[in-house]
Design a protein around this ligand. Structure first.
Ligand SMILES: *Cc1c(COP(=O)(O)O)cnc(C)c1O
Length: 460
């Protein structure tokens, strides 16, 4: 199985090279050359067994199945629930899929635990060491820290905006105690952290000297790993039952994984509602056919405060009939002008691709957290609330609804308290977090100083 770039100007590479690279050298995103037929999961297959089948199909000849089975088993052993991503019914014909049973209480763990296993295995085989860099507004950094802590062949460098992530989020990154995890707290915002990561990759000589790699949501392994829980949800609810998935969306990685599940024959049908907060870029793309650069606004659901959803590029590539020239032209224009109208070739099929979007305001998000508690007696995180609010507003139909719960309420205790007046205590297994020693270094947003620091950290 080869991987090609959405911008059409990079050499095809195999699965391992695609995931170690992250972004393709032409600036595009990797997608499989053709969609494998994977087929539905069965209700008596374990999560690890489904993950093994899915990952094997995407890896092709690059990794053998026994190796993948072993990596999946290790990755999902760190989850506190036997079914890894359990479904909980919370209304008539309505379910919540809990994606937050991993070590850092957010759905990023599902993919990151597996990515870390893949990296460490592949790098050992190659006798290579890499420096993995990760800019985070909160959840990705913690998931990466937990997953890569103690890895033999990776040094992990996490950049987070100093003083702008919640204490619980920060502690998941800074308390691993692992000698291969480095936290740099930058005196800037998340956009500054992302800009630094971009600049590090753009300096090809620097990137090569430290063997730089990235695990943000453009990495194909994340999409592949996330398509698994769509298949297990379908299997649990009956193989022919049409499901409407409601997905809290930021970079659209989670939602695009659902599209992949459908393309590979893992779902009975395909309908995804992308629930977004007041950062409406995705909504504007679908409803007005315009991609607009707007600064990210702060909301109660910070993991979804995204100005341009990166995985939209993969969707554009697919629905345009894999027209890399069109994708390249759209992103070229966008980069230059900050705004671009989608060509008809994209806009037409976008309306019938099975996706829809809806935006939820800050106040409606907080009200929903209270309303959800009133209805069910359960606390939800603010990201999940954006989705349950959207589900609530869509009239009941014959379709079964599955809402993705992307984080545990305890990861956002300040917001839960503000919205409901209640405490959201950490689950027992995470309680020690609050008493562990934190390690991070504060640095100015200054590229040469950061390069020097990474050079000193890297063992590549
Ligand atoms: C990352 C994240 C999201 C957004 O997921 P995307 O794949 O970027 O759309 C939603 N909720 C939580 C809690 C997250 O951490």
């Amino acid at each position: 199985m080869q991987y090609i770039s959405t911008r059409g100007q990079a050499e095809p590479v195999n699965f391992v090279d695609a995931i170690l690279a992250g972004l393709a050298p032409d600036g595009g995103l990797y997608v499989p050359e053709e969609w494998p037929h994977i087929g539905p999961a069965s209700s008596n297959e374990s999560y690890g067994a489904v993950a093994t089948r899915v990952l094997s199909a995407f890896a092709g000849d690059a990794l053998n199945t026994e190796v993948i089975a072993d990596l999946c088993e290790r990755a999902y052993a760190s989850f506190a629930h036997q079914s890894v991503t359990p479904l909980r019914q919370d209304g008539p014909n309505r379910f919540v899929m809990e994606l937050h049973h991993g070590p850092t209480l957010a759905f990023k763990d599902v993919a990151m635990q597996l990515i870390a296993q893949l990296y460490d295995y592949v790098l050992a085989e190659r006798g290579q060491r890499m420096t993995v860099i990760c800019a985070t507004s909160g959840d990705t950094g913690g998931a990466a820290a937990a997953a890569f802590a103690g890895a033999d062949n990776v040094d992990l460098v996490i950049l987070h905006p100093h003083g702008r992530v919640s204490p619980v989020q920060r502690m998941f990154m800074t308390t691993t105690g692992a000698s291969n995890v480095y936290n740099l707290a930058l005196d800037g915002d998340f956009d500054d952290c992302q800009a630094i990561v971009k600049a590090l990759f753009a300096d090809k000589a620097f990137a090569a000297s430290v063997c730089l790699s990235g695990v943000n949501s453009i990495n194909w392994a994340r999409i592949a790993a996330q398509s698994v829980y769509y298949a297990t949800a379908q299997a649990a609810l009956g193989s022919s039952r049409p499901i409407r998935f409601v997905v809290p969306s930021g970079n659209m990685g989670d939602a695009f994984a659902g599209y992949v599940a459908a393309r590979c024959g893992m779902l009975a049908g395909f309908e995804i509602v992308c629930a977004v907060n007041k950062n409406r870029t995705l909504d504007t793309l679908f409803q007005e056919g315009v991609m607009q650069r707007t600064p990210a606004l702060a909301t109660p659901s910070p993991a979804m405060d995204i100005s341009v959803p990166s995985n939209f590029e993969r969707l554009m590539f697919e629905i345009s009939g894999r027209d890399a020239d069109t994708v390249r032209a759209v992103y070229g224009r966008y980069k230059q002008a900050g705004e671009v109208e989608l060509p008809n070739k994209v806009r037409g099929p976008l309306g019938c691709a099975g996706f829809s979007t809806q935006s939820v305001s800050n106040s409606a998000t907080l009200e929903e957290m209270q309303a959800y508690f009133d209805d069910t007696g359960g606390l939800i995180c603010p990201h999940t609330a954006v989705a349950t609010k959207v589900a609530r507003e869509r009239p009941e139909t014959d379709v079964t609804m599955v809402i993705l719960a992307t984080a545990h309420a305890a990861k956002f205790p300040e917001t839960v308290l503000e919205a409901t007046g209640m405490d959201a205590p950490l689950p027992e297994r995470c309680k020690s977090l609050l008493s562990r020693e934190e390690v991070f270094e504060q640095l100015p947003v200054e590229i040469s100083g950061i390069k020097d620091r990474i050079q000193a950290i890297s063992h590549a």
